[in-house]
Design a protein around this ligand. Sequence first.
Ligand SMILES: *Cc1c(COP(=O)(O)O)cnc(C)c1O
Length: 459
Amino acid sequence: MELPFAEAWKIKMVEPIRKSTRAEREKWLLEAKNNIFMLKSDQVYIDLNTDSGTGSMSDRQWAALMLGDESYSGSRSFFEFKDVVTLLTGFQYVIPTHQGRAAENVLFSHLLSKPGMVVPGNAHFDTTKGHIESRKCFAIDVTTPDAKNTQLEVPFKGNVDLVKLEQVLKENQGNVPFMVLTVTNNTVGGQPVSMENIKATCELCHKYGVPVNMDSARFAENAYFIKTREKGYENKTIKEIAKEMFSYADSMTMSAKKDGLVNMGGFIATNREDWYEGCKRFCIPFEGFLTYGGMNGRDMAALAVGLMENTEFDMLDTRIQQVQYLAKKLDEYGIPYQRPAGGHAIFVDADKVLTNIPKEEFPAQTLTCELYLEAGIRACEIGYILADRDPVTRENRFGGLDFVRLCIPRRVYTNNHMDVIAAALKNVYDRRNEITRGLKITKEAPLMRHFTVELERLK
Ligand SMILES: *Cc1c(COP(=O)(O)O)cnc(C)c1O
């Protein structure tokens, strides 16, 4: 008999979690103004808000913390971390920052030197879009139209539409300081970008003199999908694949809270000396000196270990098979999600579940609230609220997809938890026709409103 699949780790420390009653949750959600970011973590049973900074560190990472060097300048931990980044990416210049958005802030402060510039990308992440739009520049989406059809089963749904990209590059010549290539493509469902597409995208950009910044929060998961889905990469290691991915790009920004397996941190890496010099000017005043940039020495030490661990196939296989396990359960229950399952999460297609609720009443946010009320599970809306208003017309943007993201933290929950999540979602799904009214916004910020939005349930 073939041996079944099991995790590539065992558990050394546990953290108790607690269930609640429906009555408690109704009160708490009301107090949170129907915004799950406003809930206290003690009010949550299974937390699928994000995989960002929520993973479990290994014993080796905890051991590395104790060896961290907190020197203000020239920290040994910085050099350990920098050497790992160079080994994995080929980039020589490394600037640590306190998290991914800070890396964007530093690099974009250097590159987006005047308003009106255009930055194409495959579904810019919300903070990426925020950092572009807050500088009065434009983030133009060039993701493959495949990503819009949630039921279409293709291996690389995060790809760039090269025709659309070329059009943007042509129409805006001289006004595109860089392109953002996000791996995996978080916003459309943690969907990977193929090596063929990465290479072609970078070549096309370079033909127009446009450099490429790789938004690399989940580069290791992307490499896993290339290894398991793209011809010619079956026998390459994750580390070899990652290095090839980065070899086509000019720079990377990274939220280390994802594939770096740490709770906080980020960095920029590049081989362009002019960008490094430009970034230094913004890193020092906003983040800190160049050998810590907002991170503790011990955190850089743990990150160095995390990056090495999470570019091992077995670690990624454990994680992604768990996401696929949850997907299989949802298949059993007929619940529609962005197919195939992404690397870090399942993106439930809320428009297809709550069909009685018009876009104007935010189906995904409504479903997120229902799932919390059902079982204390905190998911996250990646949909019409997150899309913000159009910077010019100030209208809600209903053109994209309206997802409830069930985001799985790394090395935290077991498949028993996955069973609970699936069952809770099934219970909501079974009574979907009774859910006829959604939500109304009562208060919102002009940018990145989802974090602080306040909503009222319509009756
Ligand atoms: C999380 C993330 C960021 C921002 O990183 P933070 O560490 O949250 O600031 C940028 N891009 C992508 C694709 C991300 O997933």
